[in-house]
Design a protein around this ligand. Structure first.
Ligand code: ATP
Ligand code: MG
Length: 806
């Protein structure tokens, strides 16, 4: 029995109870169906208080999905004057640890919630739970079964066929009692026996076909040590813990909907402590949060960490609360996000843009403005005398609409630095920044006219030249210019390390950790306005760029900033490919004398009011037909979302058809690559030239499937194919992209183990999380060309070899 939790699958729920009750609690806002249920319970006197709980399993760091549930449970308790417990649901000794308990406590407190004295552990209830199980046995309602796992599964039947009773189902109470106590005493091996509830092997709800309540597991528990060799399962533990703690409303995600019947059955068949609030607890289900461009399952997040694909649980690209905090997200923004997405009863994918919207809204009024050039290009002001002293301007720390006082001195001199992307030697008509002959405003200083540029022997622009207009000082604008750009004075700027983070996954709905966006981190040395280092705020806005937060890696000598979010949703435009959001206009185009203020795409996917959640649409007949055309054993192998997108984009559909003709067994992978990667690489436009062919795509996908090419490498080959066409095999050979073999991996492992004696010793002493660090080094040593799984196994072997673990 390894699966003690229901696997998540979308269970469509009944329509929510939305009719507002009429009692004193009825007007509580913001309202949703659970708040309505609670208000109605209080008004009708079914409960005289509200007690909720947040019940995490300590097997990973909490993520933004947990935050939804934390906010819901704690906010409901707050709103109705009740309390919310924090209970660790720690009944699976395999993957749980105190590190995760501490992370959870820290992050809930950080979000601003307080469980007071109500901190509980299901593992403290083991003795009592055991007694409850014996009480069921005594009533003839539970029995020890001795079928092996596979046979037990076969006996359960199917949705259309009733199950069969196990030959052990009619063991006597005495025999069950004796076997169960011998299970506890450690007389049997794992898998030899389980304890099952005796409910109904023919129940339409398959969960009720005698669910397993206890299993034998010989594993050390992080709190109970070796006290126990039998562990209760979720379905048994959860309802009883709720009852014991006098919970009134037990809120969980939709995949537990069918488990509710077990919850009710157990509470109804045991004599439990009296319910102080009047009535026993009831379970209600709400939709799990899924966020685009990221993964949320703790198992997959652990993979990202362990395979060194990110720097750790608090990597700023992670959807964990620790990662979001380091990225610069604030508790206020996360709580606002939880309110915005609401609580509903249908599963959906929320666009990451909504979360980004919330952090922009929170930081706009409190992040002081400063200019920082991330990719510097010298700008020489020719008519500013070389020997003249620099000139000072006074620039506001906040734009007028924020209404906060404060200013900073900005130094103007002959030699400035501007953003490389703000100059074009040969611009299109829509480019409103610097170009030969063009005029632009240097924010807070002068209007300048570009007089030329210098280039090196490769034709690369190394400096831009201009003249300033002395009549336009400090934002006075006798005439209209179309662009305003940021800048710093070369000799008055300071170096800062800037970590430009982007979405962890470029595709909207990634499935595997290995699909990470290789461009999700770019580290640059930026040039920050001289006044920058005197600011003490944690969050700053780099004008025209985005919001940035100080990273704990900073030292007195070196400032380090992480990009929290850019000012504009640059992804809204790209997402058009997927047909989800609208565009936000040309990045960087600005009005004359533009005030430094956020240019939020209010027309994009993230409206301030009436937030909507992108629900999964009902499949169109055409998509269903396309999906049905790709059947294996009667089951469609391509996802309905993929089918929808193919139907919506005929050029993708024809490429897909061509590719499947070349590799019929790979339709699933090909569909996924076509709608995600090809769509991104072609920016949604039909490939015009004979570039990418279906056959080439099929070859490429096969190379990935066969483990010869990493996903990241395959994406760069795909870009080349879209651009120039050609043969994937030849491109891979020419660029040396093929994955390296086991021997080369082993060499890198040895190298890394030798170079990091300290980390290796600490790992061996028990600091297991260093595995991620070491693996990251191995991946780096192989130039990212090792298969992460193989590298991990080789590393684990090397780490264990010299000192066998006991
Ligand atoms: P994972 O699949 O990430 O391991 P889980 O549900 O197993 O998630 P738990 O630690 O058991 O994780 O979850 C604790 C609580 O948080 C549960 O009540 C669960 O329903 C809720 N929760 C977990 N993930 C989400 C999510 N994505 N959206 C909303 N609630 C969530
Ligand atoms: Mg879990």
């Amino acid at each position: 029995m390894t699966n003690d939790r229901p696997s998540s699958s979308a269970v469509p729920g009944p329509p929510s109870a939305s009719s507002p009750p009429g009692g004193p609690y009825a007007s509580a806002t913001p309202s949703h169906f659970i708040a309505d249920i609670i208000a109605a319970d209080l008004d009708a006197g079914r409960h005289d208080r509200v007690v909720t709980r947040f019940p995490p399993e300590p097997n990973g760091y909490p993520h933004i999905g947990h935050a939804k549930s934390i906010c819901l449970n704690f906010a409901l308790a707050e709103r109705f004057g009740g309390r919310c417990h924090l209970r660790f649901d720690d009944t699976n000794p395999d993957r749980e640890s105190m590190e995760y308990v501490e992370a959870m406590k820290r992050d809930i407190a950080w979000l601003g919630f307080d469980w007071g004295e109500h901190l509980y552990f299901a593992s403290d209830y083991y003795e009592w739970l055991y007694d409850c199980a014996v009480a069921l046995i005594d009533q003839g309602l539970a029995y020890v079964d001795s079928l092996d796992e596979e046979t037990m599964r076969a006996y359960r039947g199917t949705i259309t066929e009733a199950g069969r009773p196990s030959p052990h189902r009619n063991r006597s109470v005495a025999e069950n009692r004796s076997l169960f106590s011998r299970m506890r005493a450690g007389e049997f091996n794992e898998g030899e026996h389980v304890l099952r509830a005796k409910i109904d092997m023919a129940a339409a709800n398959m969960k009720l076909r005698d669910p397993v309540l206890y299993r034998i597991k010989r594993a050390r528990h992080y709190r109970r040590g070796d006290d126990w060799v039998i562990y209760p399962l979720y379905d048994f533990t959860h309802c009883l813990s709720d009852a014991r703690e006098q919970i009134t409303h037990s809120l969980c995600t939709l995949e537990f909907e069918n488990n509710r019947a077990i919850y009710d059955w157990i509470l109804e068949h045991l004599e439990l402590p009296p319910y102080e609030s009047g009535t026993r607890p009831h379970q209600y289900e709400f939709a799990r949060l899924a966020l685009s461009h990221t993964l949320m399952s703790k198992r997959k997040l652990l993979e990202l960490v362990e395979q060194g694909l990110v720097e750790g649980w608090d990597d700023p690209r992670m959807p964990t609360l620790a990662g979001l905090r380091r990225r610069g997200y604030t508790p206020a923004a996360i709580r606002a996000f939880a309110d915005m997405i609401g609580v509903a009863k249908n599963n959906s994918v929320v666009d990451l843009g909504k979360l980004e919207y919330c952090i922009r809204e929170d930081l706009n009024p409190r992040a002081p403005r400063i200019m920082c050039v991330l990719d510097p290009l010298p700008l020489i002001v020719e008519n500013f005398p070389a020997d003249a002293p620099p000139q000072m301007f006074d620039a506001p720390l906040f734009p007028p609409d924020v209404g906060r006082p404060g200013s900073r001195p900005v130094t103007f001199a002959r030699e400035l630095l501007i953003e490389r992307s703000d100059f074009m030697r040969d611009p299109p008509r829509t480019f409103h920044r610097l170009a030969p002959g063009a005029e632009v405003r240097l924010r807070y200083a002068y209007i300048v006219t570009c007089t030329g540029f210098d280039e090196d022997e490769h034709g690369e622009v190394v400096a831009v030249r201009c003249r300033f207009d002395p009549d336009t000082a400090g934002g006075r604008a006798p005439r209209r210019v179309r662009g305003t750009i940021h800048w710093v004075a070369r000799d008055h700027a300071v170096d800062v390390e800037v970590r430009c983070y982007d979405r962890l996954f470029a595709v909207a709905q990634p499935r595997e950790a290995s699909e990470v966006n290789p461009d999700s981190l770019r580290v640059v040395t930026g040039k920050l306005e001289g006044h920058g280092p005197t600011l003490t705020e944690t969050h700053l806005q780099f004008e025209r760029q985005g919001y940035f937060v100080r990273d704990p890696d900073a030292t007195a000598a070196r400032l380090v900033f992480n990009r929290t979010v850019s000012l504009k949703d640059s992804w809204a435009k790209r997402a058009v490919t997927a047909g989800t959001t609208s565009s936000s206009g040309e990045a960087g185009s600005e009005e004359a004398g533009a005030r430094p203020r956020d240019t939020l795409p209010r027309d994009a996917a993230t409206p301030a009011s009436s937030p909507t959640v992108t629900s999964r649409p009902t499949p169109s007949p055409a998509a269903e037909a396309l999906r049905a055309a790709h059947l294996v054993d009667g089951a469609p192998v391509i996802a309905i979302e993929d089918a929808e997108r193919l139907v919506a984009h005929p050029h993708l559909a024809s490429l897909f058809a061509e590719a499947v003709a070349a590799a019929p067994s790979r339709s699933e992978a090909l569909a996924r690559w076509t709608v995600n990667e090809v769509a991104a690489a072609t920016k949604g436009d039909p490939p015009t030239r004979g570039g990418l062919t279906g056959a080439a795509l099929a070859t490429l996908v096969a190379m990935v499937a066969d483990g010869r090419l990493s996903v990241a490498a395959a994406k760069s080959v795909l870009d080349a194919l879209v651009r120039d066409g050609g043969d994937p095999e030849a491109i891979v050979a020419a660029q040396g992209l093929e994955r390296i073999g086991d021997e080369a991996i082993a060499t890198s492992v040895v190298e890394v183990v030798t170079q990091h004696p300290d980390e290796v010793a600490r790992y061996r002493a028990g600091e297991k999380k260093l595995l991620g660090f070491l693996l990251g080094r191995v991946m780096r040593a192989t130039g990212g060309r090792a298969d992460a799984g193989t590298a991990r196994r080789a590393l684990l072997k090397a780490l264990d070899d010299e000192q066998p673990s006991f």
